[in-house]
Design a binder for this molecule. Sequence first.
Ligand code: GUN
Length: 292
Amino acid sequence: MKIIDGKEISNKIKKEIITEVENMLDKGLRAPHLAAILVGEDEASQTYVANKEKAAKEVGFISSIYRFPSTISEKELLESIGFINDDNDIDGLIIQLPLPKHICEKRIIQAIKPEKDVDGFHPENVGKMVLGQETYLPATPSGIIEMLSHAKIETEGKECVVLGRSNIVGRPMSILMSRNSNPGNCSVTVCHTKTKNLREICKRADILIIAIGQPQMIDETYIKKGATIIDVGIHRIEDSSKKSGFRLVGDVHYESAAKLAGAISPVPGGVGPMTIAGLLQNTLKAAKKSLQ
Ligand code: GUN
């Protein structure tokens, strides 16, 4: 059984990005600049944004975080996005989701200039992704594609089952796995809350990609022998043996699934670091376009 080490792959990608940034600086260009908007005090969102900033700085990017209270109005937030859109010294902009209930996520995402939308969430970029045109791929699906590629997982002609249909992970993932590309060329099934016979469908998968947000739900009874298992979930569960009182687990019951899997991505150290690598790659791409 092969462990697909997202941390190691992401470190390799980060090293390549560091070299590219050094080359840009040698040419007298400025470093790529990633801006993040964080609204409110949600703890998980604060951690995600802090991790993105840390990674951006590690590869030599400029990083700015715009923090707003959860009481900010939609109009004020749209104005701030407008300023960032017009700032030629910023290449990429992400707006950490979820946003407070009184703000319409759709309107906010549509306000990001597509050229700066390094999350790949703007409808124009989603449309291009679906059509197979050059664009920013959303960071988690793009990171998973990189993982499959680095781990040399054969995908052509295989059955891929994606659990979850979110705009951020499941939906784009299913489209990328069915593209005429490598990795890709899979026959893809998307499962969701209304799916019947989930276990039977999962058991058909040569490649099973799980983003359902249920701690340790997928065990060996869902897995075909030799399948590749990609676990997108990340949850804190109580663990009194740890100093912190908790440990991180995914949507997969790792020990159980590992009995049958041919390859598996761990949590932590799997998809998480690859998502950040995907965001850094998109930001570098944005900077190269804007600095040409
Ligand atoms: N919230 C959960 N995942 C993501 C992500 O990939 N990008 C942003 N901006 N917000 C998120």
